[in-house]
Ligand binder design. Structure first.
Ligand code: SF4
Length: 388
């Protein structure tokens, strides 16, 4: 990928352009989003609705609903119980590489930063897998950073084959691929794909992605659809809350998932809600970008609104958030939690080969998270899928 600031709406050579109207629909919906115009009555109607529309979703994300979080929480808990019972799935991320060709202005992994880069060998991946599996975990999320040159599709496929011997569910958070590449990695053992659009605002997207493949907005946007066409069981969505207008970005990500769920009814849809956080200190200074106005209370509102709009969707809460907050949203809206997390390259069985991407706020191991869930009357689930 040339390191020049190309038009972000134009597909670059090698990028598959999908014929799909989903992006146009989401952008139109996000443009029309007016949460400040939602009234208390709109919130009441949304709470009372049996099946909630995009207009209800808007009301639930609005400032008017922020004052009624307890009501949202009660309704969300009911929906979570109805669709998921008291089950909370557990997983851990495994960074197998941290090379990145992009220059995202809000991230410490960007190629403009002089951090320690690394990539695990297959033997190292096997040792990491053995250590993680010994904690009882059966689900893993593989992360690579976003660099085709350093962490090619073949390498990721080999890593998946190694991990398949230890885990029954494997997710991937890697750079966006073409449909045939997703199909290849599905054949190597991947089950689901997470891609975050970061912000759905095209103008801001262009500003914070000055260079690299990630600068291409439509290619990233259509990644989940290509993944589903490539045979993936599930796809995860999210925006980096606080980078832009968090309500509008949350609304757009919800619409994006809703349109794809309707188009691909078999797809297992899920969400994560990263908030803009200071990234790893460089030269002693915490690095920060964006407006950072997403308090825990607002994050909770977003999670509850998603549960009410798409009640069957998985919601993941990461260790970027405080333990007390994670504990309180488990079973309320969240249905999946990470535990025993290392955000450096490797680090479970041996020393990390690369610097961590961000600071974690909840360092509890798997046993501690399981004990917490059990004490709260929830059921920690290690395996909800069996390969045959
Ligand atoms: S957000 Fe992702 S793509 Fe952007 S610099 Fe960080 S690791 Fe690379």
């Amino acid at each position: 990928m040339k390191q020049i600031p190309y038009d972000p709406m134009v597909y670059q050579p090698g990028m598959e352009a999908l014929a799909s109207d989903v992006m146009a629909q989401v952008l139109a919906g996000a443009k029309a989003f007016r949460p400040e115009s939602n009234t208390d009555g709109d919130v009441s109607r949304a709470l009372a609705a049996e099946r909630r529309t995009a207009a209800d979703f808007s009301a639930l994300l609005s400032p008017a609903a922020e004052a009624r979080l307890e009501e949202l929480a009660r309704a969300a808990r009911t929906e979570t119980r109805r669709w998921f019972g008291n089950a909370i799935s557990l997983f851990t991320p495994l960074y197998i590489a941290n090379y990145c060709e992009n220059h995202c202005t809000y991230c410490g992994f960007g190629s403009q930063h002089k951090i320690r880069r690394g990539k695990l060998t297959l033997d190292e991946i096997r040792r990491e897998a053995e250590t993680i599996a010994s904690t009882g975990l059966q689900e893993i999320l593989v992360l690579t950073g976003e660099c085709r040159g350093a962490s090619g599709v073949e390498y990721i496929g080999e890593a998946l084959r190694v991990l398949g011997a230890y885990f029954s569910v494997i997710g991937m958070e890697i750079y966006p691929l073409n449909t045939d590449e997703y199909a290849f990695l599905r054949g190597c053992g991947a089950d689901y794909v997470s891609v975050y659009q970061e912000t759905y605002d095209p103008a801001l997207y262009e500003k914070v992605h000055p260079l690299g493949a990630k600068r291409c907005y439509p290619y990233r946007f259509a990644a989940q659809e290509r993944a589903l066409r490539g045979g993936m069981r599930g796809v995860a969505f999210g925006s980096l809350l606080g980078l832009g207008d968090f309500r509008r970005d949350a609304f757009a990500a919800g619409l994006h998932a809703d349109f794809l769920q309707k188009k691909y009814p078999y797809a297992e849809i899920s969400f994560s809600f990263p908030r803009l956080r200071p990234f790893q200190e460089i030269g002693g200074q915490p690095q920060k970008a964006g407006n950072g106005d997403v308090s825990e209370r607002r994050l909770l509102q977003v999670m509850l609104a998603y549960r009410l709009f798409l009640p069957f969707a998985g919601i993941t809460i990461s260790t970027r958030e405080r333990a007390a907050f994670r504990d309180s949203v488990a079973g309320l809206a969240a249905t999946k939690m990470s535990a025993g997390v290392s955000v450096g390259v490797g680090g479970h069985s041996e020393e990390q080969k690369g610097d961590p991407q961000f600071l974690i706020a909840d360092g509890r191991d798997v046993a501690e998270v399981r004990a917490m869930l059990t004490a709260r009357g929830l059921q920690p689930v290690l395996r909800d899928y069996v390969r045959v």
